[in-house]
Design a protein around this ligand. Sequence first.
Ligand code: ADP
Length: 505
Amino acid sequence: MYRRRVFFGLIAAVLIAAIGLTYYSYRNTPTERLVILDTMRELASEKMIGIQSEIAKAATDMFERVDLDNLSALGAQMETSPLLSVQVLDIDKKAVSGGSFTKRTPSEDEPFQRLFRDKVIPDLDLDKVMVGERRTLHKYYGDLSYLFTCTRKLQDGKWFFVVVETDITFLFASVLPNFFDNIGRHVYQIVDRSGELVYGLRFGGGPDADVVELPFPTLTEWRLRVAPRDANLLASRASRRATLDLVLIGTSLAVILTGFVVMLISMQRERRLNELKSEFISNVSHELKTPLSIISMFGELLSMGRTRSAAQATEYAEIIRRESVRLSRLIDSVLDFSKIERGGNVYEFADDQDLAEVVRRALDLSRHRLEQAEMELDADLADDLPLVRIDTNTMTVAVLNLVDNAIKYAAEGKRIEVGLRRSHGGVELEVRDFGPGVPADERNAIFERFYRSRTVRLKPIRGSGIGLALVKHIAEAHDGEVRVRPGAGGEGSIFRLWIPAPAGA
Ligand code: ADP
């Protein structure tokens, strides 16, 4: 009882652990959605680094070329540069003469110069810029945003500043399209602080949660936004993934549960078999003891000459003979059974055998027992039967067992019918009795080894529970089968043993 409790406790623990573990891993595996969002974020920051380095490269190129002694050369430089303007300022942040270059028309340049002087220079906070440092300022002045990059330089012992202006229009027209092709699996846009679209297309539909947003390190007024091109892609993938997860988890739980159920069933079977085995041992011992004590009792009577007449002596001797036949039959069947149980080839098949002959012999052997039970035998063996490939010895054992059972369990029916005929490409032996029959729920079990029917166990009918198991084994070894069904009107039982005949027989 204690061990049983521990065992079931352990099973419950394993089940709970398995369910817990599955739940835990289900909760903690990143969902496909998160993985996709992460990929989008990585992709976006890679693109941003690319854009930044293009901006920085244009500025650094220009910084390197500025030479106070040859400022006019910068004019030609500007032509090919992606910058919109370049200003060279002295240490007091005043424009160095001949140090202003622009792609703007003079009428556009004038207000810009004013803006630059009044607003941009203070905002740049040039005093804090170190030599070689590159500092950027991204800011809206009015409706327009400007991006400046500045540095401090030293030439012939003189400090000066260079401020370059990135051409935002050029950026939008020629740089960004190289990075954001808008034909891949993602769509991009740049928005300002208030969320207004600055560059790119509006995103269609899609939940907001599927948009990744990153701030630009230099273009501080703007943020880059990425979304999957197919607005419902994530949702559909997420639901597919969830279904897949559920199916996988369900399957593994089902496998674990099935394993346990199979284990429990086989344990149950094992236990039942053990019970049946011990019952078998007590049955067999009883079976051995009864004839032995009868033999010894009548043997003793005979040896002591305690018989009233010669007829009585003959009767005693007959009892001894009958019991010893029964004893040897039992021992034979136990030996046959154990031989078959041990496996290996115990059959000696021979071709072209006459099954009717085997049945006739078995019926002859049973005749005496039939008379004793005062039963009538009605045999109907067809004479057009095909010759079959059988082991005649074991086949005789099978027929004897079926007839014996009919005598043992259906004696009150007073009649046994044995039939042999062609059926379904083979030969079928039928043993019909008119006894109590086999309850429907035991019709399979009676063919199991050691099984004895519930009703029989209460009656003083001797048996070991291996007879029908032996019959079944013999039938199957002949590629045949044995079944039982109730007789017409539910009276008695009909055992049918079928074996195949060779093709064309
Ligand atoms: P045994 O006869 O030694 O008990 P068997 O394997 O021959 O073992 O039979 C198994 C059980 O099947 C019997 O215990 C009996 O309950 C049932 N049985 C067999 N033959 C018949 C029959 N003709 N009528 C009713 N019950 C039967």
